[in-house]
Design a protein around this ligand. Structure first.
Ligand SMILES: Cc1cc2nc3c(=O)[nH]c(=O)nc-3n(C[C@H](O)[C@H](O)[C@H](O)COP(=O)(O)O)c2cc1C
Length: 192
């Protein structure tokens, strides 16, 4: 059966020589193994997004908005920067509103000892403001650079794969339920 749920996988870091590439590629591989999701990879580092909010959205932002609008689910891959998440990710999130509404968001995080969990807790608050549903279970990599080998493979992937499976099961349930609910009654009618 072909995948039925369009999902946007969003890179949280735009830093040069970022570790985000490795974690996001692993995440994409996991998503590709899941029967329900068709993944659109959104990497703000290559999208030529503006560096500040403007009155008129740039063509790149408009195009990105269409891609996010098509998604029924999101997975955000984020590192932790000073107990928060990167500014580039905040800009991407704040550039849209209806695109997030009544849709589920799941998180894959990485960093030092905290595994990026403090960044994820902040993102839960941000997405609540946007009427998105944050998935309880997440995947996190503490001291991430010790967990992947030189070719980007997890040296001991079992726990992470299990956590990912739990997270994606929940994400698929919410994505299916919320898509039906949005169809039955557009969420804009509720929040208007
Ligand atoms: C500006 C900055 C702040 C950071 N702050 C934290 C932090 O508070 N906690 C943590 O665990 N790691 C922190 N780190 C380490 C990052 O989580 C780690 O370098 C990670 O690889 C960054 O993601 P990236 O390489 O994809 O940009 C910080 C890194 C940077 C560049």
């Amino acid at each position: 059966m072909s995948p039925t749920l369009p999902l946007a996988l969003i890179y949280g870091s735009t830093r040069e020589r970022r570790f985000c590439d490795i974690v996001s590629r692993w995440t994409k591989t996991q998503l590709d193994r899941h029967p329900d999701f068709a993944t659109d990879v959104i990497d703000p580092a290559v999208l030529h997004l503006p560096d500040r909010h403007a009155d008129e959205p740039s063509p790149a932002l408009v195009a990105l908005g269409r891609r996010l609008g098509r998604a029924d689910a999101f997975v955000v891959v984020t590192p932790e920067y000073n107990h928060g998440y990167p500014a580039a990710l905040k800009f991407l999130i704040d550039s849209f509103s209806a695109e997030w509404r009544a849709k589920p968001v799941a998180f894959v995080s990485y960093g030092g000892v905290s595994g990026g969990l403090r960044a994820v807790e902040q993102l839960r608050l941000v997405f609540a403001e946007l009427h998105a549903v944050a998935i309880r279970d997440s995947v996190s990599f503490a001291n991430a650079w010790e967990q992947f080998d030189a070719s980007g493979r997890l040296t001991n992937g079992r726990a992470a794969e299990q956590a990912m499976a739990r997270m994606l099961a929940s994400l698929a349930w919410w994505a299916t339920a919320l898509r039906a609910a949005r169809k039955a009654r557009p969420y804009e009618e509720v929040v208007a």
